[in-house]
Design a binder for this molecule. Structure first.
Ligand code: NAD
Length: 508
């Protein structure tokens, strides 16, 4: 399988064929030569082995990033020059879109077409981020006339970028682009399940002329992530992953008062009012929930439907999910790929059992074990009816092709149900009544609200969570705040220093 992924340089591999890590512009084995396996979730085959980092490699990567930062070789380049490098990187991503999409699809199971679209979004994101170097404005602040007060933006230093497996390259690029174009150096740690595209990205960064040490990539699991974010020379942590890990990272960050951006879990409500167009609504609900086999933080996993249309909605939604084609991501007819790992499949199946135990009804959601699914982590998509808002399936993030459908009576109840989880990442509202849509939008505590659509994240627009869904924003120019410090500069414009309160400098 590995042979299928091209575009990786010869020196990126060890003698045993495993992928190396990338530190200080050099491909090298990890110090204790541990290995981790990347497994294709569609059939259980080993796609690649990768050198797993340990504490010594984390130390080396952080040291390299510090040297690159302190030398000024990158951060003192003109904004235009850093922007050009990002544009070259975007072009290289476009040139290698097929290789990157293949590596993504083989490692996390997503349909190849979706992976290709995601890779293209990476390029678009870098193109947008490139201009941030030139848009990182300071301010001139009106103060007393004998002073000039202005602010400048400066890079923070060395940033730890820790990302999950569900959209591995896109999560990485959303952080890496703004971080480096604004002059920082980074150590990127992808998920242990999906490290390949991050390593390929390291190669493309070097090829785009980004100097050694600015981008370092280490494969490894939670231990490596924890070691990295706890390193005292990391000044910024940008993390995407589960809320539980986000909380642990925040505690670690508190030790050295590090800046954090956290993109965490969700349990997004997708609300359907009685004036809905049933065909559009069902398509919006099913794709909002099932995209990437339900393994997205923004999955519309709490489908709220106004009582008068509930029965019809459930019937139509069941017909629609029954038609979804589940299979290997490399099969062009596949709409839903496998679940990323056996452990994640078990977790989702545990929610199926929990729903039944709590008295709800699960439609679909069974394991798929026929020959065509042999070795893979496959389950049928499912929806749950008869669940209350407080049940575990309605409250916890499932991260699989399984959602609850809950009826509501009126607008007030819809808003209350929508807000009735610890999360606040996203929400959808479907109605032709614009006043109602905007009233409900105002009532919902979530970082993104879609009206009569679902799931679009534009690179120009901020993305992030309220409540336990996170801190800070990615995308849009809001991200400039995440990767810069603001320095305030005060200049005395008069000859007599206003600080000389004891008239020390005055001749008597
Ligand atoms: P995870 O939290 O288990 O792991 C995410 C990353 O953190 C991995 O690289 C992992 O190795 C690393 N990690 C784990 N423990 C760590 C620790 N103590 N210190 C430092 N690093 C550590 O999450 P996951 O299972 O890989 O991903 C799924 C989760 O990601 C879901 O909860 C999902 O909602 C969330 N997610 C959020 C967004 C968003 O934008 N809000 C986007 C995608 C995924």
């Amino acid at each position: 399988m590995t042979a299928l992924i091209t575009g990786v340089p010869e020196d990126a591999r060890n003698a045993d064929g495993s992928w190396r890590c990338h530190i200080d512009g050099v491909w090298r084995d990890t110090q204790d030569a541990r290995r981790l396996e990347v497994v294709n979730p569609a059939n259980g085959a080993v796609v690649a082995t990768v050198a797993a980092a340990g504490p010594a490699d984390v130390e080396d990567a952080v040291r390299a990033a510090c040297r690159a930062f302190e030398s000024g070789a990158w951060r003192t380049k003109t904004p235009q020059s850093r922007a050009s490098a990002l544009l070259r990187l975007a072009q290289r991503i476009r040139n290698h879109a097929e290789d990157l999409a293949l590596a993504e699809s083989l490692s996390n199971g997503m349909p190849f077409g979706d992976a290709r679209a995601m890779v293209k979004r990476c390029a678009t994101s870098l193109e947008y981020a490139s201009g941030m170097a030139q848009r990182a404005y300071g301010q001139s602040i009106p103060v007393a006339s004998r002073y000039l007060d202005f602010t400048v933006r400066e890079p923070i230093g060395v940033c730890a970028l820790v990302v999950p497996w569900n959209g591995p390259l896109l999560s990485a690029v959303w952080k890496l682009g703004p971080a480096i174009v604004l002059g920082n150096s980074v150590v990127l740690k992808p998920s242990e399940l999906t490290p390949l595209t991050a390593l390929m990205l390291a190669h493309l960064c070097a090829d785009a002329g980004i100097p050694p040490g600015v981008v370092n990539v280490l494969a490894g699991g939670p231990d490596v992530g924890a070691e990295l974010v706890g390193h005292p020379d990391i000044h910024k942590i940008a993390f995407t992953g589960s809320t539980a890990t986000g909380k642990a990272i925040m505690k670690t960050a508190a030790e050295h008062v590090k800046s954090v951006t956290l993109e965490l879990g969700g349990k997004a409500p997708n609300i359907f009012f009685d004036d809905l167009d049933m065909t559009e609504a069902v398509a919006g609900a099913v794709s909002g929930l099932m995209r990437n086999t339900g393994q997205t933080c923004i999955a519309g996993a709490r489908i709220l439907v106004q009582q008068s249309r509930y029965e019809e909605f459930v019937q139509r939604a069941l017909e629609a999910i029954g038609r979804l084609r589940v299979g290997d991501g490399l099969d062009v007819t596949t709409q839903l790929g496998p679940i990323v790992s056996p452990a994640q499949l078990d977790k989702v199946q545990d929610f199926v059992a929990s729903a039944r135990k709590d008295g709800a009804e699960v439609h679909g959601g069974q394991l798929l074990e026929q020959d065509s699914y042999a070795g893979g982590n496959f389950m049928a998509p499912g929806i749950i009816t008869g669940a209350t808002s407080t049940m575990r399936v309605s409250q916890d993030e499932i991260f699989g092709p399984l959602g609850v459908v809950i009826p509501f009576e009126n607008e007030e109840e819809a808003v209350a149900l929508a807000n009735d989880t610890p999360y606040g990442l996203a929400a959808g509202i479907w109605t032709r009544d614009i006043k109602r849509a905007l009233r409900v939008t105002r009532g919902i505590r979530a970082g993104t609200v879609w009206i009569n659509t679902y799931g679009w994240n534009f690179v120009e627009a901020p993305m992030g969570g309220f409540k336990e869904s996170g801190l800070g924003r990615e995308n849009g120019d809001a991200v400039i705040d995440a990767y810069t410090e603001t320095k305030n500069v005060v200049v005395e414009l008069q000859d007599h220093d206003s600080l000389d309160i004891y008239r020390v400098g005055r001749r008597s």
